[in-house]
Design a protein around this ligand. Structure first.
Ligand SMILES: [Zn+2]
Ligand SMILES: [Zn+2]
Length: 342
């Protein structure tokens, strides 16, 4: 597949799509019903359906019975860790193998001209992005993910929070399952803004941003504090009346769902002519410029807060203007402080 049909590669080798990124029409004002209908299949396919099916598979084959869940125990917690680790290895590894190890589509649709394995950096453990990212994923990422999973299941099993059944509340639970991606986006935007404050950025979030050229293993490469904040999205289901299966879907949405944003390729080639959109560009721009696109494009939160970059020249100009105004504010503050100290 020729990626020049969909975008351009500049002299430095960066590929960018020719179409600007659009926010989902879900919260468009005035409402755009036709656009909403056309967009709706993308809401489900392929990613949301994959994460929901993974939650169902866990519920059917992995999660122990309620009696076991009532008592916290190392046995079932460690078994869950093992399953989560294997699932992560297979799911993340599949993208890594296809795109970065075997390089099945070369650099076609790849935003950054280089592969992380071609660059060494002192920012990473052992100066290798992949080793650093993989260790962080399995050491603290999957551990904290499993701990949250255990706490949520234990709370439901003991009746500490309401456990609504699908038989009695089918419509409510179906609606709740539908808003899982919206809860995720809201939560992610809030904690992401929080960890971009200077202190937390320096000590916590900079670990994730070391991967300026993100690849699949960068998805869960975070400081443990960020893992905790990011994956605690499952705790919403201890506050709102819910069902453990939906809480699991919410957790999977964060744990497996980090992949599409970090895949580093705009489209993934499937077969001779198939293409799957990764929707990675808005988050790639976040890794490139740091202070734009704190969320994805489901809720237009970045638009509302003035941090949206749609990949166009206007988006770039808006960002530069924001940086310029901030520089001016800092300079004015410093001048005022100097004058007061005189
Ligand atoms: Zn990221
Ligand atoms: Zn960030």
């Amino acid at each position: 597949m020729d990626d020049a049909i969909y975008g351009t590669r500049n002299k430095r080798g960066d590929w960018s799509p020719s179409e600007r990124i659009e926010c989902a029409p879900l919260f468009a004002l005035p409402p755009r019903p036709r656009a909403l209908l056309a967009w709706l299949p993308h809401y489900f396919l392929p990613w949301n359906v994959i994460f929901a099916l993974l939650a169902v598979a866990y519920w059917a084959w992995i999660i122990p019975d309620t009696e076991t869940l009532r008592t916290l125990g190392w046995g079932w917690a460690l078994r869950l860790y093992a399953v989560n680790a294997v699932a992560t290895f297979l799911f993340y590894g599949a993208f890594e193998l296809h795109l970065y190890v075997l390089r099945r589509q070369g650099r076609r649709f790849k935003y950054h001209p280089k592969f992380p394995s071609e660059q060494r950096s002192k920012a990473f453990w052992f100066e290798r992005q992949n080793i650093d990212n993989i260790l962080r994923t399995f050491l603290s990422g999957v551990t904290i993910w499993t701990a949250i999973e255990v706490i949520v299941l234990w709370a439901f099993a003991n009746g500490y929070v309401p456990w609504l059944s699908f038989a009695q509340h089918p419509l409510y639970l179906a609606a709740l399952a539908l808003v899982v991606p919206i809860i995720h986006e809201f939560h992610f935007f809030c904690i992401h803004r929080l960890i971009h404050t200077p202190f937390l950025y320096r000590w916590v979030h900079s670990v994730h941003h070391n991967s300026v050229n993100p690849s699949p293993w960068s998805s869960l490469s975070m400081h443990p504090v960020e893992h905790l904040l990011y994956l605690s999205t499952a705790f919403y289901h201890l506050i709102i009346p819910s069902n453990p299966l939906i809480a699991l879907y919410q957790l999977h949405f964060a744990a497996f769902g980090a992949i599409p944003g970090h895949v580093g390729f705009h489209k993934i080639e499937v077969g001779a002519n198939g293409l799957i959109d990764s929707h990675a560009y808005e988050h790639y721009l976040h890794h490139k410029y740091f202070e734009v696109n704190y969320g994805a494009a489901l809720i237009p939160l970045d638009k509302w807060f003035g941090t949206w970059h749609d990949g166009s020249a206007e988006g770039e100009a808006r960002m530069q203007e924001r940086y310029r105004r901030r520089k001016e504010r800092i300079a004015a503050r410093k001048a005022a402080q100097a004058a007061a100290g005189r």
